[in-house]
Design a binder for this molecule. Sequence first.
Ligand code: OAD
Length: 233
Amino acid sequence: MSKKRLVVLSGAGMSAESGISTFRDSGGLWEQYRIEEVATPEAFIENPKRVLDFYNHRRKQLDEVEPNRGHQIIAELEQRFKVQVITQNVDNLHERAGSTQVLHLHGELTKVRSSKHPELIYDIGTKPIHLGDLCEKGAQLRPHIVWFGESVPAIDQAVPLVSKADIFLVIGTSLNVYPAAGLIRFAQTKCSKYLIDPHPVEVPFGMNFTVISKSAGEGMEQLFERLKKDYCI
Ligand code: OAD
């Protein structure tokens, strides 16, 4: 029998137990920084150094953190399901846990791109970028991150993935940011839907999610047992 398609939509809560702050929880990143100062195209024009420093700091943090149990179970599930991860996270913890199909909606910290030629994208790992670091055509490099006010090109790839899911898991996202949050509406009625988050998250009326009110690690342990039983795997 062919493997069922399991699609995961993850957010910042997925990486919280690895030590990466979420955005909107108390003590979250958007309490420490103003979005308009570090995560918009205007901020990069007005004060590029501040923006580069913000992402340099977050990129460097990747050297200090490890995938958690939640990431690991999602990677292990590839042995039993056709797993596609769609993440709003810009860290690389899904990949480092072993997930092979990861679509980053909001970009990736380990990549930079030309500020004038968006097709010029470079892997830089966890190294910093500075003012004066240029692409091969001489334009300043910028983080390969989707800032507020910018389009989310990967959404076009994400929609058909969600609409074909047999099982859809939403984990660690407050569903505050669109178009990512709107993806859940593309899950079919017959698709089994799960939501893992320790705090209440609003989902559209009538969408039948089984809610597991736990952290990512514990919640994934619970879901794994349930899937094993439900799908006899
Ligand atoms: P948020 O910070 O908005 O939401 C984090 C969610 O994780 C909340 O629902 C928390 O309850 C939950 N959470 C906290 N600890 C958790 C844990 N240990 N296990 C599981 N869940 C936990 O983050 P996102 O929804 O990911 O975009 O935010 C979406 C986007 O807004 C981000 O990608 C980022 C941000 O601005 C950009 O920077 C473009």
